[in-house]
Ligand binder design. Structure first.
Ligand SMILES: *Cc1c(COP(=O)(O)O)cnc(C)c1O
Length: 359
C-alpha cells in the first residue's frame, strides 16, 4: 500500500524510516520479548530511551547547561495555563504578542490567571502577518513576554525573535526543530509533539532552571516545572511510547545534518511551493511574503467552491488534508520536517493541472 502525501497540520506526518524502525521493534524491543510500550518507565530499557531523547534534543538545540528538557502532558494548550501559574507572581503582569489563533488562545487562558498586556495584536489582519519587532512596546516590569513562533493556522513565522529584558517564552508547537535556534534568548520554549516531533501525547518544554523556582508552593506538584526538573520528568508515568518515537525522530534529525541541514531542506521545499503560488494569478498566498511560514503554506483559490473541488481532487491523487483550518477556510499545506520534497513537487504539478482546467 502506498503512503499518502499527508499535508495534515497535526497530528502530522512522521518520517517513514522512523515508522519502519518502530514497526520492526514493536513486538520485541531489543530481545526483551515485549514492546517498549509494555515496559516499566523505570526499567533499564526505557531509561536509556528517555535519556537519549533528552540528549538528542540538547545536541540539536545546543541547549546551555542551565536549562532542562522536560516531557509533560496536556499539549501546548495546557502550557497556556501552566506558564502563568508558574511564572506570574501575585500582582505581576506579563506581555503577550498576539499574531493569530494560537496567540489568542494563550492570551485567553492567561487572562484568567493574572494581568496580561497584549502589546501587539495582528491576529485579525488579512493578509496574515506577525507584529514587527519595531511595533513592540514592552512593559517595564513584565514577568515574562509570550510569543508564538509559528502561527499554524495563519501560515506566518517569526523570522527574528525580539530582544526582551523579561524572559521570552515561545510556543514553538509547529516549528520546533525545523531551524537552528539560540536557546539562550529564551526563558522557556514549549511545543506539543504532534506536529514536528512525535505522535500526540507529550509536550516538550525547555526551561531555564531559575524560572522554575518562581512557582508558588501551593501549586499542585504535577503542575510545577520545578517538580518535573527535580524528577527528570519521571514523577509519574511518562507517556513512554511518544518519548520513544521522539528519540527515533531526533536520531533521524541528527543523521539528516541536524537543524542546519533540516532548515535547508525545509526552505527548499517551501520555496518550490511559494514560487508556484507567486507564478500564478489563480492562487493567492494568505501571509505577507516576508513572514511566510516554511511549515504551513496557506493560500486561496478564486472561490470557496473551487477550493472544495481542489481538496477533493487532490485527495483522489493521494494528497490528503489540504483543507485550511475550519476557522479561516482556504488551503493549507503543512510540510513539516518529515514531509518529503517529492510530495511538494507532486502538489505543484497538481496545482498547475488544476489551474489549467479551472483557471
Ligand atoms: C497545535 C498548536 C497548539 C495546540 O496544541 P495542543 O498540543 O493540541 O494543545 C498550540 N499552539 C500552536 C502554535 C499550535 O500549532
Amino acid at each position: 500500500m502506498a503512503r499518502a502525501y499527508n499535508f495534515s497540520a497535526g497530528p502530522a506526518i512522521l518520517p517513514e524510516e522512523v515508522l519502519k524502525e518502530a514497526q520492526a521493534e514493536l513486538l520485541d524491543y531489543k530481545g526483551t520479548g515485549m514492546s517498549i510500550m509494555e515496559m516499566s518507565h523505570r526499567g533499564k530499557e526505557y531509561t536509556a530511551v528517555h535519556e537519549e531523547a533528552i540528549a538528542n534534543i540538547k545536541t540539536l538545540l545546543k541547549i546551555p547547561d542551565n536549562y532542562s528538557v522536560l516531557f509533560m502532558t496536556g499539549g501546548a494548550t495546557t502550557q497556556f495555563s501552566l506558564i502563568p501559574m508558574n511564572l506570574l507572581g501575585e500582582g505581576q503582569s506579563a506581555d503577550y504578542i498576539n499574531a493569530g489563533s494560537w496567540g489568542s488562545g494563550a492570551v485567553k487562558a492567561a487572562k484568567k490567571l493574572g494581568k496580561i498586556n497584549v502589546i501587539a495584536d495582528t491576529s485579525k489582519e488579512i493578509p496574515t502577518r506577525m507584529p514587527k519587532n519595531s511595533e513592540l512596546k514592552f512593559s517595564d516590569d513584565a514577568a515574562y513576554v509570550h510569543i508564538t513562533s509559528n502561527e499554524t493556522i495563519a501560515g506566518t513565522q517569526v523570522k527574528e525573535f525580539p530582544k526582551t529584558k523579561a524572559p521570552l517564552i515561545a510556543d514553538m508547537s509547529s516549528d520546533i526543530l525545523s531551524r537552528p535556534l539560540d536557546v539562550s534568548q529564551f526563558g522557556l520554549i514549549y511545543a506539543g509533539a504532534q506536529k514536528n516531533l512525535a505522535p500526540a501525547g507529550i509536550t516538550l518544554v525547555v526551561i531555564r532552571n531559575d524560572l522554575a523556582e518562581r512557582a508558588p508552593e501551593t501549586l499542585p506538584e504535577l503542575f510545577q516545572y520545578r517538580a518535573f526538573i527535580a524528577e527528570n520528568s519521571l514523577k509519574n508515568t511518562v507517556p513512554t511510547f511518544p518519548v520513544y518515537m521522539l528519540m527515533l525522530v531526533t536520531r533521524w534529525l541528527i543523521a539528516k545534518g541536524g537543524l542546519e541541514g533540516m532548515q535547508k531542506l525545509n526552505e527548499a521545499k517551501a520555496a518550490v511551493l511559494y514560487k508556484a503560488i507567486d507564478d500564478s494569478s489563480f492562487y493567492k498566498g494568505t501571509a505577507v511574503p516576508e513572514q511566510r511560514s516554511p511549515m504551513n503554506v496557506t493560500f486561496r483559490l478564486p472561490t470557496e467552491e473551487l477550493e472544495a473541488q481542489f481538496v477533493k481532487e487532490a485527495t483522489k491523487q493521494g494528497m490528503t488534508s489540504l483543507k485550511g483550518h475550519r476557522s479561516v477556510g482556504g488551503i493549507r499545506a503543512s510540510i513539516y520536517n518529515a514531509f518529503p520534497a517529492a510530495g511538494v513537487d507532486a502538489l505543484v504539478a497538481f496545482m498547475k493541472e488544476f489551474e489549467a482546467e479551472n483557471g
